[in-house]
Design a protein around this ligand. Sequence first.
Ligand code: NAD
Length: 302
Amino acid sequence: MGVLDGKVAIVTGSGRGIGKEIATTFAAEGAKVVVNDLGVNTDGTGESQIADEVVSEIRAAGGEAVASYDNVATVEGGKAIFQKAIDSFGALDILVNNAGILRDKTLFKMEESDWDAVIAVHLKGHYCCTRPFAQYIRETNRMGCRIINFSSVSGLFGNFGQSNYGAAKSGIAGFSRVIARELGKYRCTVNTISPGAATRMTIPLSEGRGQTVDPTEFKRGPAQIAPVVAYLASDEAKDVNAQIIHVSRGTVGIMQQPAVIRSFKAEDMWTQDQLSELMPKLVEAKKQNEARAKEDGAAEAI
Ligand SMILES: NC(=O)c1ccc[n+]([C@@H]2O[C@H](COP(=O)([O-])OP(=O)(O)OC[C@H]3O[C@@H](n4cnc5c(N)ncnc54)[C@H](O)[C@@H]3O)[C@@H](O)[C@H]2O)c1
């Protein structure tokens, strides 16, 4: 008995890295899986059929899976990935929007093509893959589906040299909050993962800082993300909705989301003098809130 017995899932970008761990874990938990991957380089160039290897691995372990080589960044690709699930398994319950690329550059050097490529795979990719699923949920009145999206501290906290990626990842958190409301009527939960794991996407950055990382180690590798995603995809997680779950370095945590921390109300138009007095108080309230959140969020041993 697995926690995903009888479910059908799509995991985009699951030919390697975090996605592969999710696809194999889902299959081990009883889901039938569409292993989607375009097989591109980290910068989004090239193509290869790596999804086949993951499908073979799942089948060898007794699970059910099919490969999909469609591009998440196009509307046609998103529809084809969805259709693969319907044609192969007759239904769809879970969508994990995990595919991703990087084109790190400061804004000074960032060309339009770098901006467009990253926004297309991450932010538009979430739209392209989620829309056919959302339409299907509404048309078939399918209850209790799951959507799990992939954000990043790069967008949620901000990171030097990643304005394209950070904008997309922050946008994905906003997209998830809205879709959670729109699909709430169908008891479909929409949650966001903020992962941290040693994959080809991050190993070069660690090595650049002189750190050696072992992706097979629980606290560093991509495998640590998969059980958390499987939990969110399960029936058990029916009341976890519109949350951002941070999974990194052996910790699982819940993130704070935008909220007004302190505010002042005026009856007439703001004067510059009032703002000079109030703005430092607001900034100070934010600092105190951050310090409190940091203290409260420190990982507890289990
Ligand atoms: N590794 C981390 O620490 C980390 C941190 C924050 C966010 N993330 C996010 O987690 C997700 C997985 O990252 P990863 O580290 O496993 O990366 P990865 O490079 O190992 O895997 C990403 C996969 O996505 C596929 N892909 C890329 N573009 C595609 C497209 N257009 N259509 C279909 N497939 C496509 C690639 O071929 C690749 O196999 C990404 O969304 C990434 O931005 C990762």
